[in-house]
Design a protein. Structure first.
Length: 422
């Protein structure tokens, strides 16, 4: 017995060595796999969504599910009270606007009832995202070498400093994390991964106008929130609101750059003479769809707004010696954090929308680097599915003057011409 045991131990030593080697190789391969961007992004997304779900359903005081669970009530999931509390936002929406068969596809449903069902605070997340944007812009100003290189030896790997601004190199455009960190703000209500977009490809997509005959309409400008005003807006005078800003943009694009432009000045956020934005996007969609149906030659659709910021925030820069409101390009990703892509918000032109806003941002970076804020990515659709070259543009904010807003239209028109002209 003693000899057999000794022999058995000796016979097992090679197996132990093989096992140790396999374990070592497994650890090395596992680390290599975990170091890949795809795995990191997936893990980050799963972890984020998981945390969001847990926080949403168990850390929100008014959550009916949490109140029943914490109350220790058996069979709480069968309770009629729970079902009524969870569905009440939908019921309120239907009672207010009437039930139609495709209500779940309407923008206003997801912006109001839909978001309440998910217990998400979009305004809070937007404020947090704007704080992030401010920090990014401050860091960019205090550390310009982060984005620029004065004498690059390889244009593909180093940004190029121009007389006015910079041209991003292919290396930076191919770096998803670099682009998101430096040129985008992602709202807490949504998310984006490197699998969703290829920034380099977006920058190279052809966004020029196919309809070059200016005898037919090419560009449509409208304002979902027509009543947005500024520090010196005169009550009752639409020329001093965002509509007046759209008038000047129309004039520049028509007279200076010779585009055929339609400017729709319909007030979609007035109901019976009172400000009501609950269904502004739905009202706008109906009318804009009719305009586009009558004018199929229109390729570019611009929804021009002004942003809402803290009263101490001033979005202004100097361009050609003029105080000029800063602008921001705004995209809806049609996906909600914790829920994913939403069928009712599907946008077949999402890639083209992102390409258009990115190319506008890159054109501004090259020509007027301090004019455009970080591109903003939010959860919804914002009627940007009506054309591939559809954009929502935020011009300044309520803290800007009308003249600062009007001054912003001059570089904006120039940037549009740079991107759209063949």
């Amino acid at each position: 017995m003693r000899n057999r045991n000794r022999q058995g131990k000796q016979w097992n030593l090679p197996r132990i060595g093989v096992f140790a080697a396999a374990l070592f190789l497994g650890i090395i391969l596992g680390k290599a796999v975990c170091d890949t961007h795809w795995v990191q992004d997936r893990c980050r997304t799963w972890f984020s969504n998981g945390c969001k779900t847990l926080i949403t359903y168990f850390n929100v005081a008014e959550n009916p599910i949490r109140s029943y669970v914490m109350g220790g009530k058996a069979g709480w999931w069968n309770s009629e009270a729970v079902r009524q509390e969870i569905s009440s936002p939908i019921q309120q929406y239907l009672m207010q606007y009437g039930e139609d068969e495709d209500f779940w596809q309407k923008e206003s449903f997801w912006m109001s009832a839909g978001e309440e069902v998910l217990l998400m605070d979009a305004e809070q997340s937007s404020e947090q995202a704007k704080e992030t944007e401010t920090k990014q812009e401050t860091a960019s100003k205090t550390n310009p070498e982060k984005e620029t290189a004065s004498a690059p030896s390889n244009a593909d790997s180093a940004n190029v400093q121009t007389a006015k601004g910079i041209v991003l190199a292919k290396k930076q455009l191919s770096d998803f994390n670099y682009m998101i960190s430096n040129y985008y703000v992602v709202s807490g209500t949504t998310y984006i991964t490197r699998q969703d977009v290829d920034m380099l490809k977006l920058s190279q997509m052809d966004m020029t106008l196919k309809q070059t005959n200016s005898k037919k309409p090419q560009i449509l400008i409208y304002h979902t929130h027509s009543q947005e005003g500024f520090t010196d807006t005169v009550a009752g005078d639409t020329s001093t609101t965002i509509i007046g800003v759209g008038n000047y943009l129309t004039e520049l694009l028509t007279e200076k750059y010779h585009y055929n432009v339609i400017h729709d000045t319909t007030a979609y956020d007035l109901v019976n003479g009172k400000l009501d934005r609950n269904k502004a996007y739905d009202y706008a969609r109906e009318k804009i769809s009719q305009i586009l149906q009558k004018n199929p030659s229109v390729e570019v659709v611009l929804d021009v707004h002004r942003d809402g910021v803290g009263e101490n925030v001033r979005l202004v820069t100097q361009i050609n010696g003029k105080q000029t409101a800063k602008i921001m390009f705004f995209n809806g990703l049609s996906r909600i954090q914790g829920l994913g892509d939403v069928d009712g918000l599907y946008n077949p032109y999402l890639t083209e929308n992102l390409a258009m806003s990115l190319q506008m941002r890159l054109a501004a970076l090259k020509t007027y680097p301090d004019f455009v804020r970080c591109n903003y990515l939010n959860a919804y659709k914002y009627n940007l599915d009506m054309r591939p070259k559809a954009m929502l543009i935020e011009v300044g904010a309520q803290t800007n003057t009308l003249q600062e807003e009007l001054n912003a239209m001059e570089p904006l028109a120039e940037l549009l011409h740079q991107v759209l002209s063949p």
